[in-house]
Design a binder for this molecule. Structure first.
Ligand code: CA
Length: 219
């Protein structure tokens, strides 16, 4: 899953970015509101973690602009512990949830998982499909109850497809789930990971849609 972190505090930003990457998110970090708007126009994100007090353009303005354009991406607002009015303003401007600063990283990650599954119209915390189960909280995968070890990049390719069975993902879209900015992408990376996933999880789970991409078919 690809996440945009908008945070002007260097120490907080670095700590959150490290935590996101350790959890295998493809995460990009910008430090002001104007750069956030650019990133959100160009990028294909599954979630935004948005600080409200930002240079150049405040977080509420970024959020309102996003919702005015009809973009439904989940937004998790980060506010100071004592700033109740900021939390209310953020939610009323279109935020989906908030976290309090200083962050408890585990809480942040749990709220992110909840928002990502809800954005896909799902309530259950473990994604199951034709005997394959993925638990985003524990990072455990299994086939018919038997644990399977997936690499973080195999996970990154499979999770969005398993979250939305029946939706075709282009190679480009899956590449975006794999890499943050400035990381080199080998041209056949997605094919390599899909091949590995088929070997581990069964040949039928991910189907190739010629000329379009890949899909986990509906059960
Ligand atoms: Ca700030």
């Amino acid at each position: 899953m690809r996440v945009l972190l908008v945070e002007d505090d260097a120490m907080i930003g670095e700590a959150v970015l490290d935590a996101l990457r350790a959890q295998h998110y493809a995460a990009d970090w910008v430090r002001d509101g104007a750069l956030a708007e650019t990133a959100l126009r160009d990028g294909n994100y599954d979630l935004v973690v948005l600080d409200l007090g930002l240079p150049r353009r405040d977080g509420l303005t970024v959020l309102r602009g996003l919702r005015d354009r009809g973009v439904h991406i989940p937004v998790l607002v980060a506010t100071a512990r004592d700033a109740v009015s900021d939390r209310i303003a953020g939610l009323d401007a279109g935020a989906d949830d908030y976290v309090l600063k200083p962050f408890d990283i585990d809480e942040l990650l749990a709220r992110m998982r909840a928002l990502i599954r809800r954005s896909a119209g799902r309530g259950e915390p473990v994604f199951q499909h034709k005997g394959v189960a993925l638990d985003p909280a524990t990072r455990e995968a299994s086939v018919d109850g038997v644990p399977v070890t997936l690499s973080s990049r195999e996970w990154a390719v499979l999770e969005p497809m398993l979250l939305r069975p029946g939706v075709v993902f282009s190679r480009r879209q899956l590449e975006e789930k794999l890499y943050g900015w400035k990381e080199d992408i080998s041209s056949n990376a997605v094919e390599v990971y899909v091949h590995g996933l088929r070997k581990k999880l069964g040949a039928d789970l991910i189907q190739t849609v010629r000329g379009l991409g890949y899909v986990v078919p509906r059960a």
